[in-house]
Ligand binder design. Structure first.
Ligand SMILES: *Cc1c(COP(=O)(O)O)cnc(C)c1O
Length: 437
């Protein structure tokens, strides 16, 4: 195995599927991240989403009330806080499971990337004079005819496919989603219903992506969304930080040295949690502490962050693991190298959790806060308990936050769930109740 910043004990826990907290030795070490993206990218993405907002209100009537912005509420969760947070302070749930249009955190990055391509085409074709033009024109005949000449393609285990497919098809693109064998049937159905072409692959996520990329590359009028290497996705995700700051301001919460912010982010290839971390670090600096959360069977971001800058992430297969988890959105074997390099000095650490603990939290969310999420999202509720372990406390002491925990703000980022069909959710819940009793 390539050199990794993990101890023998950590390696043994990882390879035997036991939970742990791994602290990032490169945290705050800016030299470790020669490739830090340009902060201006966040504001560009925010401005683009605003330009498209009137058009999105036309394409998706459910966005009219929010003036075309795709955003989720920040929910206080005092009851759940008592149950899951031994550290003190307040707990909030960032309700991305309710994000309109795509039903998951992928709405942020995926939709932004589709809009980047659409905007570029419309400007080049002269359909838009400039970025101050009226974007609602694109919903008309001429715009749809332009987009119909192009294909938007993506490889996905599910949620990214929903986001790209739904937005691509709504604009008039030929949308093609390459699905891995573990993708849920209801996701394929939902896409077909929207006019998206679903290509089923018998192999895993990596293979679906490779096949999708090859097919798309062969067609000059096809645009491939590359989950493993996409600044456009990343910046779309990062916009969440600007919106979160507004929500904290509205709640009268100011993040500073006495009121530190802890954010727990479910991680797959890394784009969504990485983009959000990048945005939050830009706004709150060392007063925000971002921890990534992964299933014990798929700690790919941990492996990627434990490598050195510019080093290809080591796949979890080298630990002898097989991605055996019900956390669909997190079932990834190899992290994005681009993301690892982008946030190598910004992520505080990574914790892992068993599927059993995800189900316990899925049950608590339902019982205590009436919130329904998919198993992936529930992993974010494990954060405070993991920071209360020996390794977690070592972090709190090293970064001088142990004494301000009573004022601390904790955010469990709920990344998906509202599109899960009720029957499917009931199955999750039944399993969760059985495990919890
Ligand atoms: C994709 C996804 C994530 C993680 O995002 P990455 O960009 O793959 O790290 C987390 N939760 C859910 C529900 C997802 O679909």
């Amino acid at each position: 195995m390539t050199s990794l910043n993990i101890t023998a004990d950590e390696k043994s826990l990882l390879s035997t599927g036991q939970p742990l907290v791994w602290l990032n030795p490169n945290y705050l070490n800016a030299e470790a991240a020669p490739e830090t993206p340009d902060i201006a990218g966040i504001y560009d993405a925010e401005a683009r989403l605003l330009r498209f907002a009137p058009l999105l209100s036309i394409l998706f009537p459910e966005l009219i009330e929010a003036d075309g912005l795709i955003e989720s509420p920040l929910l206080p969760a005092p009851t759940l806080n008592t149950a899951i947070n031994p550290l003190g302070g307040q707990l909030f749930l960032k309700a991305d499971h309710e994000l309109p249009v795509a039903g998951s955190i992928k709405a942020r990055g995926g939709i932004h990337e589709v809009l980047c391509f659409a905007e570029q085409l419309a400007l080049e074709a002269g359909l838009l004079d400039d970025t101050n033009d009226d974007y609602t024109k694109l919903a008309q005949e001429e715009g749809r005819a332009l987009f119909a000449d192009y294909t938007m393609a993506v490889g996905s285990t599910g949620n990214l496919g929903l986001s790209i497919g739904i937005m691509g098809a709504a604009l008039g693109f030929n949308a093609v989603v390459h699905m891995s064998s573990d993708a849920k049937e209801w996701k394929k159905e939902r896409l077909r219903h929207r006019g998206v072409k679903v290509v089923e692959h018998t192999a895993d996520y990596g293979a679906a992506v490779a096949a999708g990329r090859a097919e798309s590359d062969a067609d000059p009028r096809s645009y491939f969304v590359d989950d493993e290497n996409s600044p456009r996705l990343f910046m779309g995700y990062a916009v969440a930080a600007l919106r979160l700051k507004q929500q904290l301001d509205a709640a009268g919460i100011e993040i500073n040295a006495d009121t530190p912010l802890f954010v727990y982010l479910p991680a797959g290839v890394g784009g969504a949690p990485g983009g959000i971390t990048f945005g939050l670090k830009t706004l709150f600096g060392e007063n925000v502490h971002c921890f990534f959360a992964e299933p014990v069977q798929a700690p790919c971001m941990l492996m990627g962050m434990a490598g050195d800058a510019g080093q290809e992430p080591v796949p979890i297969y080298e630990l002898g693991l097989q991605i055996d988890t019900d956390a669909d959105g997190l079932a990834v074997g190899t992290a994005s190298q681009w993301v690892c390099d982008a946030v190598r000095h910004q992520v505080s650490g990574v914790y892992t959790a068993t599927d059993e603990s995800l189900y316990r939290h899925l049950h608590q969310l339902k019982k205590l806060e009436s919130v329904e999420v998919e198993p992936s999202a529930a992993i974010s509720c494990r954060g405070p308990a993991m920071l209360n372990t020996g390794t977690g406390k070592q972090y709190l002491n090293a970064h001088n936050v142990a004494n301000s925990l009573k004022n601390s703000i904790h955010i469990a980022w709920l990344t998906g769930g509202s599109f899960v069909p009720d029957k499917e959710y009931q199955r999750y819940l039944e399993k969760a109740i059985k495990i919890s009793n």
